[in-house]
Structure formats: structure tokens, C-alpha cells
Design a protein around this ligand. Structure first.
Ligand code: NAP
Length: 507
């Protein structure tokens, strides 16, 4: 049952009197449950509990943390259809997506459980003493990774399960030994409370300390700001807008003790389609990209928002076919009215720039929160001359850039802001000519895809989901896959330590 309350540690709490309701974007109505925004006192209590819990939790052996993570996965599955119904009523996303995202969430939790069930992930290194080394003896040195402390996770609006309450950030931080306080996304408060209840049940069943997890509700920046400023918070995970991630990054760096903010933000994910590929596979590429641009109503951080081509007659035909196929896909609902508003405003902003031409826009009577898919095109020269043409339009949108030649295409890539992904669509006979292109892309992005689409992010150790700013605030780390755990730990060396005082992993 959804109560509308916060979880302050293991207890439901509603001390404040400010409430908000979530919205069913498909029906364009408010859902009935009022959610109580946390007060400053509740927030302080959650952090104090997390701080006390940290002292215990950081010492709990990996196998027990693994049992906790597996129990969270079990409890989420036990929420069954109730969770799916709330998810769909708060996000406008279809049931199939909800079920798929739940499976991904459970898989992530179990992957981190698997990772920490032994101590290898800590990159333990041991340099044994050489007492008779000349001219000076060498000391015994052992290095391992230890957790940072309580972490605040900002839930993502576009992944109510997999990047929210028990999503990748929470799972990796809990796996690392850090207590987590989630700032729920106000538009998914019911989904957040249900998943939080599963985490609390799992914590109680597996004997985790009270305060290892809290779920805090709020909107209008107050709660999030206070959490990031709190001196006992030691790191932040965020998925959302560039303005939000940047504001939290600045806030965290201005603290007396600055802390890391791992924010995954905007990306337009350039796709380079070579002329040879267009000549050979025009319809196939257009089909694949129509599906990728519109997948999840375009509300993926890896959505292909920028397609780079070399101008030709065949390219013009490709753009026309791509636009036709993309807008032929049925209109879909967006996550909430603000995202729809942003989609319209940013779409208008790009298409009103000099030289930008709309080649396809889904027309007709759309329901209020449904998106009118949009495909536009611009020349390489106009794109290069105007940074506003490269702004992110979060939703089913793509801009096709027609470069006059390869040199201009490389110049366009060099001028791009940091991106999560880039994609190359090319033919085998030209692979040998692509080295400059690969070099240019490598320099701007975290993941390069070959002859595929950027949407669909595999959860595995080799995944890199994070790129140069503004794709993320720290391109050295990933937000997806088991390496995401590295965001929440720091190295410590132990010199000449007695065995019994060393962490178990180093003994
Ligand atoms: P958002 O506005 O960035 O908000 C996400 C979370 O961050 C919310 O909990 C919000 O808290 C908090 N927040 C944002 N700015 C803050 C600030 N200055 N201080 C403290 N807390 C702050 O993202 P959104 O609501 O999910 O969507 C808005 C836009 O973000 C979208 O239209 C899209 O452009 C972009 N977006 C991008 C991605 C991506 O993967 N690249 C994903 C989702 C959204 P409050 O609720 O208290 O405001």
C-alpha cells in the first residue's frame, strides 16, 4: 500500500504539511495519493541514521551485502503487478517497458551482489617487504578500496526503476558499503515508495543497520539542495538535466568539504552515416533509426539526436525516407507535462535557427502529453556557425547535418560537446579509411558503436556509460555496469601493518 510518507531509515514518516501529487500523463490527471515532502528535521534524521549505519555497514562482509542486494531484488519482484500498475500510472510508459525495466533493475542488483560476494573488485594490491633491500629496506605496502560514506542518489525521471530508488546508483553504492539516501523524483513518488518498502524489508530480513537506506520526497530543489550541502553526505549520484546536474556539482564543490558528484546529464549521441552506407543500405538504416529515435518516446540519454552525413542527392533521399519512417511511428506519451514542455521549447529553439529545415513532423490531434516526433536537417556550415543547433531536445527528435565533405564532418565532431555515445554506420570496404573518424569520436565520447544504434545499454563490466562534460561530470567513471561501484570508494594503503589489523581483503 502507498502511504505518501518518507522512509527515514526503517520508519515511515510524514512530519511536514507540504504535499504533492504525481500525474498520470496518459490520462492527463493527477493521481490521488498526496505525498508528504520531508522537513529539514526528517532530512537531518535520515542523514544522522545513515552516518551511524555507515560505521556498521562498511564493515559488513561482502557476502552479507550480497545477500541484502539479492533480497532487495526478491522483494521488488514480490511487489508484482502492484508495482507495474503504479509505474505505468505515473510515467505514461507501457506495461512491457515496466516489466523490462524491472528485470533490468533486478539484474543490476544481482550483478552487484555477485561482484561483492568476494573481495576481488577492490583491486587489492600487495607489495611485500624487502627488509634487506639496498640502500634502504622496502616496507610492506597493501592497497585496497574502501567506501566513501553516505551517498545521496537523485532518481531519474526517465527510468523510474532502473535509475531510481533501487537503480544502478543505489545498487552500486550499497554494494560498495555506502548507505544511501534517495531523493525520489517527484513525478514517481508512488513507484519510489513501493520500491523503498522493498529495500527496507530486505534490510530488516538480512539484518542491515537502520539508516542503511532512506527515501526522501520533495520538489522545488529544497530537499535536494539541503541533502547535497549536508556535511555528513560524502558523494552524490544524479541522472537528469544539465542544469540540475551542474547546479548540484557546483553546490558540492562549494562546500567546506567538497564532495564528488557523479552526474549523468545531456547527450545528443552523434551518428555518422557514410555515403557508401547510404548508397548500399538506405532503407535499412532509415528503418533502424526511425525505431531508435522514437524508442521510449525518445526519452533515453542515448537517443540519436544528431545524424552526420556528407551532402549528396542520395543523402537528401535518405533524409526524406528517414523522416517519413520516423513520423510514421505512432505518437507516444511523454513522462510528464514538464518534459513535454521542454521537448516543444527545445525543438522550436533548434528548428528556428538559421538554415534549419523541418523535414518531418508528426501531425494530427495529439493527446495532451503525447509527443509530435520531429526530424530536421541543416548544412554543416550552419551547424558549425551556431552552437544552438546542437542543444539537446529530449524526446523523439533528430537533426541530420549535411557536411560538404569529410574535413567538415571531422570539424563538426571536434566542435561537439562531450557525449555518452557515438555511432559509425559504414561498409566493410571502407573500414581502412575510418581511422581519423574513430580518433575524432574517441576524443568526444564514452562509447562508440559500430553499425548499430546507441539506444540499448548493456549492463556488463565492459560497459562505459559516461563521457566528457556535459555527458557526465566525471568521464573517468561509468554509471552503468559493475564498474559503477568505483564511484563510491577511495583507495587506502596500509604500510607495515600487523596482519590482524588489516582489512580481511588484504590479509
Ligand atoms: P531535472 O529537472 O534535472 O530533475 C532531476 C532531479 O534533480 C529532481 O529530483 C530535482 O529535484 C533535482 N534537481 C534538479 N535541479 C536541481 C537543483 N538546482 N538543485 C537541487 N535539486 C535539483 O530532471 P527531470 O525532471 O528528470 O527532467 C527535466 C529535463 O532533464 C528533461 O526535459 C530532459 O531534458 C533532462 N533529462 C535528461 C536525462 C538524460 O538521461 N540525459 C534524463 C532525464 C531528464 P526537484 O524535484 O526538487 O526539482
Amino acid at each position: 500500500m502507498i502511504t505518501g510518507k518518507n522512509y527515514i531509515g526503517n520508519k515511515l514518516s510524514a512530519e511536514g504539511n507540504i504535499t504533492h501529487r504525481t500525474i498520470n500523463p496518459k490520462l492527463n490527471i493527477e493521481n490521488s495519493t498526496p505525498f508528504f515532502e520531508a522537513t529539514g528535521k526528517e532530512l537531518d534524521k535520515a542523514v544522522a541514521l545513515a552516518w551511524d549505519a555507515f560505521k556498521v555497514y562498511r564493515k559488513i562482509p561482502g557476502v552479507r551485502r550480497a545477500a541484502f542486494l539479492n533480497a532487495i531484488a526478491d522483494e521488488i519482484l514480490a511487489l508484482d503487478q502492484g508495482l507495474i500498475n503504479v509505474y505505468t500510472s505515473e510515467s505514461g510508459l507501457p506495461e512491457g517497458r515496466a516489466i523490462g525495466e524491472r528485470a533490468r533493475t533486478v539484474f543490476q542488483l544481482r550483478s552487484f551482489a555477485n561482484l561483492v560476494s568476494n573481495e576481488d573488485w577492490r583491486e587489492n594490491t600487495i607489495d611485500e617487504a624487502i627488509p634487506d633491500r639496498q640502500p634502504l629496506p622496502k616496507e610492506d605496502l597493501r592497497r585496497t578500496l574502501i567506501p566513501l560514506g553516505p551517498v545521496v542518489v537523485f532518481a531519474a525521471s526517465n527510468f523510474p526503476l532502473a535509475y531510481s530508488t533501487a537503480g544502478g546508483d543505489t545498487a552500486s553504492a550499497l554494494a560498495a558499503g555506502c548507505p544511501v539516501i534517495v531523493k525520489a523524483h517527484a513525478m514517481h513518488s508512488g513507484t519510489a515508495e513501493l520500491v523503498a518498502s522493498a529495500i527496507i524489508k530486505a534490510a530488516e530480513k538480512t539484518g542491515m543497520p537502520n539508516g542503511v537506506f532512506s527515501n526522501i520526497m520533495g520538489r522545488g530543489r529544497t530537499v535536494g539542495t539541503a541533502l547535497v550541502k549536508h556535511p555528513k553526505i560524502k558523494a552524490v549520484g544524479f541522472t537528469g538535466s544539465i542544469s540540475g546536474g551542474r547546479a548540484l556539482f557546483d553546490l558540492a564543490s562549494q562546500r567546506e568539504e567538497p564532495i564528488p558528484v557523479f552526474a549523468e546529464m545531456g547527450s545528443i549521441n552523434p551518428v555518422v552515416v557514410t555515403s557508401k552506407a547510404i548508397n548500399k543500405r538506405l532503407a535499412e538504416i532509415a528503418n533502424n533509426y526511425a525505431a531508435s529515435i522514437t524508442l521510449g518516446t525518445g526519452q533515453f540519454c542515448t537517443n540519436p539526436g544528431l545524424i552526420l552525413t556528407i551532402e549528396s542527392e542520395k543523402t537528401q533521399e535518405f533524409i526524406k525516407v528517414l523522416a517519413e519512417k520516423t513520423i510514421a511511428i505512432e505518437a507516444q506519451c511523454m513522462l510528464h507535462p514538464n518534459i513535454k514542455k521542454g521537448f516543444i521549447e527545445n525543438g522550436n529553439s533548434v528548428t528556428s535557427q538559421p538554415g534549419v529545415e523541418v523535414v518531418g513532423q508528426l501531425k494530427g490531434d495529439l493527446e495532451p502529453n503525447y509527443a509530435a516526433t520531429l526530424v530536421a536537417t541543416v548544412s554543416g556550415a550552419n551547424f558549425l556557425a551556431n552552437p544552438r543547433t546542437s542543444q539537446e531536445v529530449f524526446g523523439p527528435f533528430s537533426l541530420v547535418v549535411r557536411c560538404k565533405n569529410e574535413a567538415e564532418l571531422l570539424e563538426v565532431i571536434d566542435g561537439l560537446e562531450g557525449q555518452l555515445t557515438a555511432t559509425i554506420i559504414a561498409e566493410e570496404e571502407e573500414y581502412g579509411d575510418l581511422h581519423d573518424l574513430v580518433d575524432a569520436l574517441e576524443n568526444r565520447v564514452g562509447r562508440i558503436i559500430f553499425n548499430g544504434v546507441p539506444t540499448g545499454v548493456e549492463v556488463c563490466p565492459s560497459m562505459q556509460h559516461g563521457g566528457p562534460y556535459p555527458a557526465s561530470t566525471d568521464s573517468r567513471f561509468t554509471a552503468v555496469g559493475t564498474n559503477a561501484i568505483k564511484r563510491w570508494v577511495r583507495p587506502v594503503s596500509y604500510q607495515s601493518f600487523p596482519k590482524e589489523l588489516l582489512p580481511l581483503a588484504l590479509q
